[in-house]
Design a protein. Structure first.
Length: 94
């Protein structure tokens, strides 16, 4: 199945399910006041759930993403997905 996440075509049902579950988890911890403050501060994302960094870290610890999936998460332009992508992306070995 090919799905379009904000103009990103993904041909992976497993990743599609991971994104759906991630969005559900984020929505359950949504903080509208934080989101509003970020928007007033000119911080602009396609979507921002206002989830605290501590909760994002806690959620990231339970997730497993490949480097390709991390890149796709980043491209969604969802604040929390971008943070998780940065946390889960393996560092380059030099």
């Amino acid at each position: 199945m090919i799905t379009n996440f904000n103009n990103i075509s993904v041909a992976n049902a497993d990743f599609e399910q991971k994104v759906k579950q991630l969005k559900q988890s984020l929505k359950s911890r949504m903080n509208g006041k934080t989101t509003e403050q970020m928007q007033n501060g000119q911080i602009d994302y396609a979507l921002n759930y206002g989830v605290s960094l501590a909760h994002v870290r806690e959620l990231a610890d339970t997730l497993d993403y490949t480097p390709t999936e991390c890149s796709l998460l980043w491209q969604l332009n969802i604040r929390e997905a971008m943070l998780i992508a940065a946390m889960k992306m393996p560092s380059e070995k030099t």
